[in-house]
Write a protein that binds this ligand. Structure first.
Ligand SMILES: Cc1ncc(COP(=O)(O)O)c(C=O)c1O
Length: 364
């Protein structure tokens, strides 16, 4: 006899880890799309200040952070949901919106947590293949909507392909979605997208109550280790629902303080974005120069083949990734993300990027 688990435990995938945690500074960690930058000014002091009160629970309403975000985006604090990372909001949205008999539509390959949302809730997952440009096929997604659809996710820019759609296309898509279906636009990497002003999508939320924008402090703000994300909700009942399904005090005090402070440093964010984009363009060119295929990138990572498209099988891909790891460079396997022979590489510091290129050149 052994303990028995819930049915969903058989369905739930385990999150693919890069195997690179706590490896130390000698690794170029280009596998998790984090920012390579240090703390934004003021964040260290803000966290230290919050540390003095950690004998107390954090503010359960996250009010100061919600107010800071509300002021920045000109939204009501009631329309802003906070999470312990934006993943927390994704999983809570699954619990709040989905159940057996309902359907969730997302593109594939896309963020690995979306399949988890269906498996955890018992909803049916409808995966819609990306188009030949590795981007969302919005018409094909629209065609999958049924009376059972509760949630549609558009990841813009998309993880792992880094491709983005112009906002005008997303607007047309949103107009065509029935108003009882929640459209969640995952904008974890929106700051790096130069197709549109990252804040242009806010208008969509103002116009359409079924739209939710999901954003995070884990990427350009450099706070992945503290876990803090947020959602801008067209309908404040989305925030209430995701709060209902979670434990109280879901966002810790250090994360709240750090995020509130980080928001004040938009000039620094602009510099980070410019630096990342300059590195991204350089890396793209180098990879193309090596004969590799690279998807049009709008995030802080690249989606590229490891040979000319289609000629690297799973075993060869593993050998290249192992070879990179031996050279202290970690990137994410395409095979694990649904496309053998491809890989996702985060833009690191200039030194890390150089090390990646040199190592890859030796291996392919
Ligand atoms: C598309 C996308 N959404 C959400 C997240 C979650 O980020 P976090 O939970 O750290 O906010 C990630 C992280 O990699 C991501 O790639």
């Amino acid at each position: 006899m052994s303990i028995e688990f819930a049915e969903k435990i058989r369905r739930l995938p385990t999150y693919p880890t890069a195997g690179g945690y706590a490896l130390g500074d000698e690794y170029a960690m280009l596998a998790s799309n984090e920012a390579p930058f240090g703390l934004l000014p003021g964040v260290h002091d803000a966290v230290e200040g919050a540390l003095r009160n950690v004998n107390r629970y954090p503010d359960p309403s996250n009010m100061r952070l919600r107010q800071a975000l509300a002021a920045r985006f000109d939204f009501a604090p009631e329309q802003i949901a906070i999470g312990s990372g934006s993943c927390d909001i994704l999983l809570s949205a699954a619990e709040a919106l989905l159940e057996p008999g309902s359907e969730l539509i997302y593109a594939w390959p896309s963020f690995s947590v979306y399949p988890h949302m269906a498996a955890a809730s018992g909803a049916r997952a409808i995966r819609v293949a990306l188009n030949a440009e590795h981007a969302h096929d919005l018409d094909a997604m629209l065609a999958e909507i049924t009376v059972a659809t509760r949630l549609l996710i558009v990841c813009n820019p998309n993880n792992p392909t880094s491709t983005a759609l112009p906002l005008a296309e997303i607007e047309r898509f949103v107009e065509a979605v029935p108003r009882n279906v929640c459209v969640l636009i995952d904008e974890a990497y929106c700051e790096f997208n130069v197709l549109d002003d990252p804040d242009a999508s806010l208008e969509l939320v103002r116009r359409r109550s079924n739209v939710v924008l999901l954003r995070t402090f884990s990427k350009v703000y450099g706070l992945a280790g503290l876990r803090c994300g947020y959602a801008l909700c067209g309908d404040e009942r989305f925030r209430v629902a995701v709060e209902q399904v979670r434990q109280p005090f879901f966002c810790n005090a250090l994360a709240q303080a750090a995020a509130e402070e980080a928001l004040k440093h938009q000039d620094e964010i602009t510099k980070r974005v410019e630096q990342t984009i300059a590195e991204r363009l350089g890396l793209e060119e180098e990879l193309r120069g090596m004969g590799l295929q690279v998807a049009d990138a709008q995030a802080n990572f690249l989606w590229h083949s490891l040979g000319s498209n289609g000629d690297v099988d799973a075993e060869q891909e593993r050998a290249i990734l192992d070879g990179l790891a031996e050279r202290k460079v970690l990137i994410r396997s395409g095979n694990a993300l649904g496309r053998t022979g491809w890989a996702r590489t985060t833009i690191g510091t200039p030194t890390e990027n150089r090390r990646f290129l040199d190592a890859l050149r030796e291996l392919i």
